[in-house]
Design a protein around this ligand. Structure first.
Ligand SMILES: [Zn+2]
Length: 326
């Protein structure tokens, strides 16, 4: 009987690249981190990143004595399903590049790729805070607001590859406290992200209360500073409304929070106390929980990509023959 292949996951960030080797039960077999290569020339930096990943994979596989394991990679950006090119990446040398195909060629194997919010969602749904739940909506509340959906342990992608991108819907049930609306980088005004991300919250506080406090300071001062308290209450109200509108559409069993703002412990009591008014049901059974894996979710979710059904449009890398079947 052949042993199941090891799952390799790579988390490519702006400052660090991390690799993990996991078995099929999520046990870590190997893990290593290194700096993301820098170079003033974007084309050179792109090549260096691919070479660095190759080195990490080689070191990992020689350490665990396994070869040609499937590779999943999480990136802070996404692959266009139309062109296969990377878009919206903050490691900008990736933008416009056929990164998955180039990496697949370099590593001589198929590579699966997903954005970091989807990797987070998958990690928490497979064996993290959302495990044992059939439907998981995982939310990142950090420098941006993202999300991902996992149903029956299968990441939902959607034909537009935007599943879970609730951050660019408008804030639901707005009131006069939500004025003035901020302009979002996406071009619209009043996006959920402009209220609920860390920078969005700080900017809104400055606009509304002339309160120049970071989101961290608002949280720490909310029991002593009246404006900070009000800012916190408005944040929880906006988050509760925004999640209620998601519950009304997809009715998840559990919502897992991630990102820096997920560390506000009081959210897990305060949000359910508010959202009942906005959820179209007499009783809200959806749970809201904190993530289990924190910063490790990106790399773990990338590894779990290899245990997913093949994602449509990622089956055959562009400009490359299909992988040989055994
Ligand atoms: Zn937006």
């Amino acid at each position: 009987m052949s042993t199941p292949p090891v799952l390799l996951g790579i988390d490519l960030g702006g400052t660090k690249i991390e690799i993990i080797a996991m078995d099929h039960n999520g046990q870590t077999l190997y893990r290593k981190r290194c700096d993301t290569p820098k170079h003033p020339n974007p084309a050179q930096q792109y090549t260096l990143i691919i070479e660095q990943i190759q080195q990490l994979v080689t070191d990992c596989e020689s350490n665990i004595h396994r070869h040609h394991s499937p590779v999943g990679i999480g990136i802070p950006g996404s692959e266009s399903l139309t062109t296969g090119l990377i878009k919206n990446a903050n490691t900008t040398c990736l933008i416009g590049k056929p990164f998955r195909q180039d990496l697949a060629r370099q590593l001589d194997r198929p590579v699966k790729i997903e954005n970091d919010a989807n990797c987070f969602a998958l990690s928490e749904a497979m064996d993290g805070a959302g495990t044992n739940h059939n439907s998981v909506f995982a939310v990142i509340l950090g420098t941006g607001v993202g999300g991902g959906w996992v149903i029956n342990q299968q990441l939902i992608i959607g034909p537009n590859h935007i599943c879970g991108e609730w951050g660019h819907n408008p804030l639901p049930w707005p009131n006069s406290d939500d004025e003035p609306k901020q302009t979002c980088y996406c071009g619209k005004q009043g996006c959920i992200e402009t209220y609920l991300s860390g920078p969005g919250m700080s900017k809104q506080n400055a606009l509304q209360f002339n309160l120049n406090l970071s989101s961290k300071a608002v949280i720490s001062q909310r029991h002593s500073n009246h404006d900070a308290q009000k800012a916190y209450q408005q944040y929880t109200l906006r988050l509760a409304k925004s999640l209620a509108s998601v519950i009304n559409v997809m009715d998840p069993e559990v919502i897992v929070l991630g990102g820096g703002l997920s560390n506000i412990e009081s959210l897990y009591e305060d949000i359910p106390a508010i959202w009942g008014e906005y959820v179209f049901s007499d009783n809200v059974k959806t749970k809201i929980v904190k993530n289990q894996y924190g910063d490790s979710s990106g790399v773990r979710g990338a590894a779990w990509l290899n245990k997913q059904q093949t994602i449509k449009n990622q089956q055959t890398p562009l400009n490359m023959p299909p992988p040989a079947t055994k």
